[in-house]
Design a protein around this ligand. Structure first.
Ligand code: ADP
Ligand code: MG
Length: 280
């Protein structure tokens, strides 16, 4: 279970101006269900989501996971929380364009050091209704299908917490609705927190709706908390990539940045020459 106690987050812009993104947020989240976060732009929704996923640090108050302050987490525990307990879904899908649907999803398991041949990938692709499209690349998919791949990539890790930041923001309303239906399905076994501007979806699918304004929760409406049943174990699993994917990702990165690649090669050559000269 996750609890926030008087949590605050202050950003300081480049010119030294301070912005209070979250101002004393206290919240207790259930183990399962669908929680919507609504609020106008700049009200602190993404900041809240990022802190829940430990992608960002906070400045005041505390966040407790199963009664333990995240301030006490070791670096390994924080990494394990981010990589195996939490799944992220963003508005712009963030898929790897050179990878197929299957490889995009497999990569998430690979990062956890799990075997991707376990049938988990096929099962999750079926859940998101993408079976049959596994060999396509993202550019051959519609927006709704791409978002399903992103959800599959997050869900394959079987996270206790799925954080979705405006997951339907780039989709038409019918496609968006089908994404909410899918997220609702996933909220039966874990907690799904969704940031959206879609008031109607929040009303239709939300078990709970939080409203943020200027970093403050101004309303929190919903059914009561579910009983605490499942402990959110944080195992310090080593996160590693297979050699194949490490090489592929590295090569893809350098291919997209030819200037950096050329500079790296030149610098390496200079280093080797200097080492040779020094040795001689
Ligand atoms: P929302 O997702 O509700 O639109 P955000 O959580 O992104 O809002 O932002 C909350 C406030 O914090 C806004 O005023 C925003 O400008 C500010 N903010 C967000 N990120 C940063 C940052 N990295 N640096 C400075 N200010 C930021
Ligand atoms: Mg936002």
């Amino acid at each position: 279970m996750i609890e926030l106690k008087g949590l605050s987050k202050i950003y300081t812009s480049g010119k030294g101006v301070k912005v209070t993104a979250l101002n004393g947020v206290s919240l207790s989240l259930p183990e399962r269900g669908m929680v919507f976060v609504i609020g106008k732009s700049g009200s602190g929704k993404s900041t809240l989501l990022n802190i829940l996923g430990m992608l960002d640090k906070f400045d005041g108050g505390d966040m407790l996971v199963d009664g333990r302050s995240v301030k006490e987490f070791s670096e390994k525990e924080s990494d394990a929380y981010r990589s195996s307990r939490v799944g992220f879904v963003f508005q712009e899908y963030d898929l790897l364009e050179d990878y197929t649907v299957r490889s995009n999803v497999e990569l998430a398991l690979d990062l956890l050091g799990e075997c991707s041949a376990s049938g988990k990938v096929d099962a999750v692709l079926k859940t998101v209704e993408l079976d049959g499209l596994q060999d396509r690349k993202p550019k051959e998919l519609s927006g709704g299908q791409k978002q399903r791949v992103a959800i599959a990539r997050a869900a394959v890790k079987n996270p206790s917490l799925l954080l979705c930041d405006e997951p339907t923001g780039s989709l038409d309303s019918a496609t968006g609705h089908s994404i909410f239906v899918l997220l609702k399905k996933l909220s039966k076994t874990g907690l799904v927190v969704v940031v959206t501007h879609d008031e109607r979806a929040a009303e239709e699918f939300g078990d709970r709706v939080l409203r943020l304004n200027d970093g403050i929760i101004v309303s929190d409406i919903g059914v009561g908390e579910q009983p605490h049943t499942k402990a959110m174990a944080i195992d310090e699993k080593k996160c590693s990539l297979s050699f194949k994917n490490t090489f592929r990702l590295g090569a893809g990165y350098l291919k997209k940045r030819p200037v950096r690649l050329t500079l790296t090669i030149i610098l390496c050559l200079i280093t080797f020459v200097m080492m040779g000269v020094a040795d001689a």
